[in-house]
Design a protein around this ligand. Structure first.
Ligand code: FES
Ligand code: FES
Length: 176
């Protein structure tokens, strides 16, 4: 099949069934952003290095810039929008990133949080070293990482402190 051949891909996106016509060679990050308006999923390096495009595919962390959209057929895809929102309640990691100042420009934040969700699923009580090791696939040019690590540790330890103003900032960052 040529890369420009098209096929219909059906999958569950953040709990809702979706169906999109995609070229066989198209990547999931593009379909999420351009066809399905999931702008929280970012793209940057296009090489599986920066982690900004991280999503969960059947609960497994993947780089959507390296994942062909056709691989989502029949799968459950979770993006940052599916984890929580101001309207429906934030995920504890979203709250913790906001209250720890772990978001500055916000570009890396969705990928960081999706990655952290996968980490805590696999290891609910990671040490600081384990968090650092896990996040080697997520780059941040702003925070210096310590606040991100602190935010994840706080959730692992059951300490999260919602901060309404910070929450608004974090959600704004997703929408760009
Ligand atoms: S854009 Fe996918 S890892 Fe950088
Ligand atoms: S907060 Fe700016 S890149 Fe991480």
């Amino acid at each position: 099949m040529s890369l420009s051949a098209k096929s219909v891909v059906s999958f569950t996106l953040n709990g809702e069934p979706v169906e999109v016509m995609v070229s066989t060679g198209r990547y999931l990050v593009d379909v999420l952003r351009e066809d399905l308006s999931m702008m929280g999923t970012k793209r940057s390096c296009d090489q599986g290095v920066c982690g900004t495009c991280s999503v969960l595919l059947n609960g497994r962390l993947v780089s959507s810039c390296l994942t062909l959209a056709v691989r989502a057929e029949g799968a459950e895809v979770t993006t940052i929008e599916g984890l929580g929102s101001l309207e429906e309640g934030l995920h504890p990691l979203q709250e913790s990133f906001a209250s720890h100042g772990a978001t500055q420009c916000g570009y890396c934040t969705p990928g960081m949080i999706v990655s952290a969700v996968a980490l805590l699923e696999e290891n609910p009580d990671p040490s600081e070293e384990e968090i650092k090791h896990w996040l080697t696939g997520n780059l941040c040019r702003c925070t210096g990482y310590q606040k991100i690590i602190d935010a994840i540790r706080a959730v692992a330890e059951g300490r999260t402190e919602p901060g309404p103003e910070a929450e608004v900032e974090i959600v704004k960052a997703y929408e760009e």
